[in-house]
Design a protein. Structure first.
Length: 202
């Protein structure tokens, strides 16, 4: 039986972001498309069904793009990588969405569903200077974008425990949000009820 994987492709410069809604993936689809060992690992490693589906969704997305031979490994710092490949990847998930970006150069990706949570926790990722620069009365969408930007940069630099406040600094330069500690540009996309940010070297 032929199974269809309903993913979206978004071009960001020279990089491609693939997005999959795991709500469109039945268990039958996972069982048919992924190895038994992969399914078993998800069941044994993650108690939450949602977390299992996120993890499996990323592998399903990878297979649909790169074929069965492609495998995800991890660097010593915990960043995802493609085994036996020079292509850089970054992974994110939020709600029922999982996203995977491929690039010839190092890259960082973050995806967040649009919600008021970003406003409630803004003190966890914005310092006082950033709050003033981007507006003391941030709206939900702006707060989500800034949170995404910081998380995307965190994934790009791949240095564990880098603080989002102080270690990653955002500024509005010529109308664009950039990260000045590491010289990174941020690209944003509004996808359905979510925002994703891609951090890359400018």
């Amino acid at each position: 039986m032929q199974h269809t994987i309903q993913s979206s492709i978004i071009q960001v410069g020279k990089s491609q972001v693939y997005v999959l809604d795991t709500d469109t993936c039945s268990q039958e689809l996972f069982n048919a498309e992924l190895p038994t060992a992969t399914l078993q690992y998800a069941r044994e490693s993650f108690k939450s069904t949602k977390r299992q589906r996120e993890w499996l969704g990323v592998r399903l997305l990878l297979k649909s793009v790169c074929g069965e031979q492609a495998q995800i490994g991890y660097t010593p710092t915990g960043a995802p990588m493609l085994i036996n490949s020079d292509t850089h990847i970054s992974i994110s998930h939020s709600g029922s969405l999982v996203a995977l970006v491929f690039s010839d150069e190092r890259i960082g990706l973050d995806l967040q569903m649009i919600s008021d949570k970003s406003l409630r926790i803004k003190s966890h990722f914005l310092d006082e200077t950033e709050e003033k620069l981007f507006g003391d009365n941030l709206d939900t969408l702006s707060a989500v974008k800034l949170w995404c930007a910081k998380e995307a940069v965190y994934k790009y630099i791949s240095v564990p425990e880098t603080p989002l406040i102080g270690g990653i600094t955002l500024r509005n330069i010529d109308g664009k949000i950039e990260e000045i500690n590491h010289g990174l540009s941020i690209h944003f996309e509004h996808y359905r009820d979510a925002i994703f940010a891609v951090a890359y070297h400018k």
